[in-house]
Structure formats: structure tokens, C-alpha cells
Design a protein around this ligand. Sequence first.
Ligand code: AMP
Ligand code: FES
Ligand code: ZN
Length: 300
Amino acid sequence: MRCSSCRAPAVLDVARHNAAFCERCFLTHCREQVARAVRHFGMLDDGDRVLVAVSGGKDSLALWDLLLDLGYRADGLHLGLGIDGYSDAGAQRTRVFAADRGARLQVLDLPSELGFDIPSGSRAARRTPCSACGLSKRHLFNAAALEGGYAAVATGHNLDDEVAVLFGNVLRWDLAYLGRQLPVLPAAPGFARKVKPLVRLGERETAAYCVVRGIDYVIEECPMSAGNRHLRYKEAFNSIEERSPGTKAAFYFGFLERITPLVEPAAAAERGDLHPCPSCGSPTVTEVCAFCRLAERARA
Ligand code: AMP
Ligand code: FES
Ligand code: ZN
């Protein structure tokens, strides 16, 4: 197998692109895919200050590295979620990366700074751990980006993540979620801009990127996500993709091009009127926002 760009021996094939790459050209490929997503979807302007949400896993560490290399002023934000046997490893990998790259990192430890962790928050709010975790992460990323005056908050969602979530939303024809499943959500009063610059890379590519770049990341999946339906959807799509390379990209990018314009108005109509949460000031449709309700119950 030879590199499609320079004909040197290849180390990795990317069937979706009908290409194979040597290490050097593979890094170029990853940078190009991110630059292309950023440009195509208008995610960031040159030199923007961006807050990267970094878990210590392959995707968010690769994202941080790529954004720094592309010249963005990218600071990291790591949340300590208080998940036994998992959270410490993520914090450690994130700190090592920040120190190696001389990048700025903000760490917010939920148990010691907010008085609850995800397992207790999920029990108190009677939500699944992933739902309590997702809700808390969205709230805290947004608050930190607004407070720090960042142009955007970037997360490491990759093509496989977006395909699995899209498939779940389609199975339930959830228009509200479909209308919001975009690689860029623009800033609005009380909301920072949200961007997903890795949507053109699959998780095999982000893992390979970290290996080639010598970035140490947490390999284990979160123990609380075991049995999560998105993991099952990923397995199903991997077996389809193996036989028909390009299916994932066609499904996701076809949705963005052809379906999003149809569902966005329906999704907007489903959203209620927003007002500021009396406790934290975040826009919410319920009286007190879902994050403040969860935090209050978990601390009780
Ligand atoms: P997940 O919800 O675990 O699929 O993660 C999606 C994205 O959220 C990751 O790619 C990161 O950008 C971000 N993220 C997940 N966990 C954390 C964390 N503990 N601290 C900061 N960012 C995180
Ligand atoms: Fe959120 Fe596991 S990382 S539930
Ligand atoms: Zn609130």
C-alpha cells in the first residue's frame, strides 16, 4: 500500500476517500479536513479565541492539537465529572498535553467546586448518567465560553458521533433535535457559538492522528456509557461502512445539505419562549433551568 499523495509506504487507508497515507501526508489530510469543515460551515475566523472542551480522549485532544496548529488561540476546558476510575485519567492526559504544548487549560472539578458529581446528579435528577452528563456539560461549556469572552466553544464530536446521533434522531423523527444537529450553532443572547470542527474525520482517523503525533489519550470508554444506544448504532454503521465505504459521510452530509433546511423551521417552532433562569441567568424554557434543578437536587 502506497501513500496516495507522495507514493511513500502508507501506514493507514481511508476507504471513504479511496486513499491511503504515509504518516506525514496523513497529518496533512487531518489538518485539511478540519480547515475545510471550519471554512465550509463558517465555524471560526482566522486567529479567533476558541475554548476547546477537552475530555482527555482521542477526539478532543486531536482537536485541540489541530486548532493550535491551524493558528487559533485555542484554550482548553476540562470538566472533572467525578466518575470513579475514569475521570482522573482524563484530567491527567489533558494536563500533560497542555503542559507539553504550553497551552492554557482551565479545569473545573464538579465534586469539589460545584458540590456534586455525575453519578449523584444522575440519580437525584432521575436521568440516565449520559443525559445528566450531557446536560451538565452543555451548560458548563456555554457558561465558561461566555464568561471568558471566547468566539466559540469547540467540541470533539467526529463523523461517527454525528452519524450515530443523527440515526437516533431519525429513528424517533425527533424534529427538535434534528433541527439543532448542526456542526455550527450560532451565538444568540445567552448562548455562545458552538462548533464541531471534526465532523469530516472518523474516529479511526482521530485515534491514528493521536498515535502519529505521540499524544497520550484515555482509550477506555466511560464506564457509565455501557449499553448506550449510540454505541450500538456506531457498531451497526461500522459494519455497513465496511461493505459500502462512504455511507456514513453520505448519510450525514446529505442530511445537512438536503434535510436541515426543511426541519429547521419546524424545530424552531417547537422551542418555547426563553427567559433567564432566576438562579444562573441562562436562557431556559422552564421556570428554573434544567442544570440548576439537577444541581440543587444532587446537593440536597
Ligand atoms: P461525549 O459527550 O463524551 O461524546 O463528548 C463529546 C465532546 O464533549 C468531547 O469530544 C469533548 O469535546 C467534550 N467533553 C466530553 N467530556 C468532557 C470533559 N470531561 N471535559 C471537557 N470536555 C468534555
Ligand atoms: Fe458522561 Fe460518561 S462521560 S456519562
Ligand atoms: Zn440555571
